[in-house]
Every structure is written in structure tokens, then in C-alpha cells.
Design a protein around this ligand. Structure first.
Ligand code: FES
Length: 106
């Protein structure tokens, strides 16, 4: 008798589909994924989603701070200057891109 597919099988984080980027390495520490940045990505959140790395978000414009993430290492720049920047050592992944290799607590 064939088995029914599991209903709640979660997708494991993986390398993004398509040609790899040529930018600095981005590490999602909790997910165990390291992948090169590509300028084709709009933000670090965009890259996380391409890897199925779990990330929380709401506004995607730097306002709500739902996407705030601990920046373990590296430097970023904001694509939309946020109205209220997060505390040092944290980053709004929805509206930031890396300027160096980056390690995120995701
Ligand atoms: S999702 Fe609202 S600040 Fe990033």
C-alpha cells in the first residue's frame, strides 16, 4: 500500500538555485549555509529566502524592525536608509546588502 506524503515536511536550507554569485561570502550560521553574495539579490533577506533560510519579516522597507537579526561578523550597508537604525551588532536584513563577508544569526 503506497504511503501518503508527509503533510508538514519542512524545507531544509540549501544553496540558492542558479549561478553562484561572485560577491563576499554570506553565512547563515544557524542554518549552516555559506554562499557567495550576488548583486542580483535585493537584500540579505532576499538571499535568505532563496536559500529557504527561516527569516521573519513584515514591511520589507526598514520600518517595522521585524527582520532584525544579530550580525555575528562583517559589515553591511542599507539600501533604504532606515528611519531608525537598529542597535549596533544587529541588522535589518530586509533592506541591507553586504560590504564584506557577513555572518548572520539565521
Ligand atoms: S521587515 Fe520591516 S524592517 Fe525589515
Amino acid at each position: 500500500m503506497p504511503q501518503a506524503p508527509q503533510q508538514h515536511e519542512s524545507i531544509r536550507p540549501h544553496q540558492p538555485i542558479g549561478p553562484p554569485g561572485s560577491g563576499p561570502l554570506i553565512t547563515f550560521a544557524r542554518s549552516g549555509i555559506t554562499t557567495p553574495w550576488s548583486p542580483a539579490r535585493a537584500s540579505l533577506l532576499d538571499l535568505a529566502e532563496a536559500c529557504d533560510v527561516p527569516a521573519r519579516w513584515s514591511c520589507r522597507t526598514g520600518v517595522c524592525h521585524t527582520c532584525i537579526t544579530h550580525l555575528v561578523a562583517g559589515d553591511i550597508t542599507y539600501t533604504n536608509p532606515s528611519l531608525e537604525l537598529p542597535e549596533p551588532g544587529t541588522v535589518l536584513v530586509c533592506c541591507s546588502t553586504p560590504t564584506t563577508e557577513v555572518v548572520l544569526d539565521l
